[in-house]
Unconditional design. Sequence first.
Length: 245
Amino acid sequence: MSVPEATARREPPAAGPGPAALPDEEVVARVRAGEGALFELLMRRHNQRVFRAARAVLRDDGEAEDVVQDAFVRAYRALDGFEGRAAFATWLTRIAVNEALARRRARIRTRPALEPAMSLPASTPDPERDAGDAELGRLLTAAVDGLPESLRVVFVLRDVEGLDTAETASCLDLSQAAVKVRLHRARHALRVELDRRLGAETRALFGFGAARCDRAVAAVLARLGIAGAAPASAGVPSGQGGDPG
């Protein structure tokens, strides 16, 4: 008796979700079981959070990148000790924060004169065409970097990385109440600092400095047929010339 056609043409079982769709816990289990290459997936999922957490402590992109590498190496070597009581991302962030804090303490011990308690990056004026989003980003970065470390790390994890209060508390080994208080203080300090900095920047907007003034004066004089006038930059300060006699 021939095998029924439906049986002979049996469809293969549907494939399960690819590794990229697996939750962290399953990826961790497979890495533990010997699929070490899957650890790359965890790195790519969480490298931004780890970098932001480290930079919030260190205020230095290069050192934060080093911490990203060290944190993932430490996490990989300690995977057998990961008990799952917190999310993998939370456990990983805690490793990164501790590594960054250790680096900062070592840096203070070895170069105390070069690490002020609070400092803002020196502002450098941008060309007029670069004003806007880039300038606002620079001001915000400077303001965040100027926060005390205890406030800065909470602000970055909560408002930049988007963690909730409970997860931030777990990452930093703080109570949820402490996270809320520090976040409130950080936001208030940022508002005050940005108001101060933006006030000064706003007063400098739409300037009509020497080059623009000279251009306008030259064009007007040319249209009026008046020749021989020197540019303001050669003598009369822009905006301070007297009325023509």
